[in-house]
Design a protein around this ligand. Sequence first.
Ligand code: PLP
Length: 385
Amino acid sequence: MVYLDNNATTPLDPQVIKAMADFMPTHFGNPSSLYPIGRKVKEIINGGRELIASVLGAHRSEIVFTGSGTEADNFAILGVMDALPDKREFITSAIEHPAVLRTGQYLEKKGYKVTYVPVDSQGVVDLDFLSDAITPQTALISVMHANNEIGTIQPIEKIVEIAKKKGVLVHTDAVQTFGKIEVNVDKLGVDLLSISAHKVYGPKGVGALYIRKGTNIYPFVHGGHQERGLRAGTENTIGIVGFAEAVRVLKERWKKDKERVEKLALKLKEGIEAKIPQVKFNGHPENRVKSTLNFAFPGLEAEAILLALATKEIYVSTGSACSEESEEVSHVLLGIGLKPEIARSCLRFSLGRFNSEEDIEIVLRELPEIIAKLRSISAFHPEEA
Ligand code: PLP
């Protein structure tokens, strides 16, 4: 199997599996219980919190565990909007993950004004547009650190600079950058930041929200006093242990992984460009998460390519896993100005820690053949591309 869909999810790191397996049989106590087996679990969770905080450059009291990256995004946005009831405006970008976009749509239904800032052809948000959209009514700006489909990295520091001058809070969805490039809350200057375990070789169903000390935010799940009363519910202890172990592994090896994975991605990019005529690369040429490659194969439906690759046990994606099951054309690809028929021809290759040179060689052997075959049976005219 050649797995090139690491932006959708990553395999569990063996060390993560071991940490969870070692934890499960003995540490079943409820972290809220006052006797030793409960207290021990609480201690372990807080150790994980401390570790994740340290990697982000945060304090452990600023980390709240959530049920996913999606929940962290929802919590950041709805929690801030609820805490600032006099401010009725929210700003985000046009190419966010559905976790943010649909939360924006929900706010619109509740009567808020939501502005979706457009991006240029490389996927970078229009800073002038963003700046002009801010009013005294604006509570929060949420712009993703890097896009999940094309990898473009946003100028978060600049957004923060603009926002701070006008007293507006900033959230960033760092689900696709955490573990791939440096993510430091002080360097970015953000007030809130979302991450997710299953994108960094940890388990699915656990994420975290960084909330800068002093940020005005309303609780997201109401109930017990867990997570300082901000996100009630007995903690996903096994998931948190796995998340923390994944981050421990990241801390040791992310720089080495980054170098190796980026080299493999470059080899794949150059190979595709050299071997397949009429491909178009999507995203920023430089300022992007380099393990993400998005290509248009004009004249073809991406789904046909995806399925043909799957018969060879090569797994890629047509966009974000969340929109894959719907017929919708990717809002990200439309957002960077692609025509719908070109957007429908785009495939994402996302590499990760467990990819090898051999994986890339297999793809570079199989993909050109598949494209040539599919084009020969479609009505593809290169001059229309
Ligand atoms: N934000 C981005 C940019 C993502 O890529 C994803 C997952 O694809 C999410 C949020 C959602 O994270 P989770 O799958 O943990 O809900």
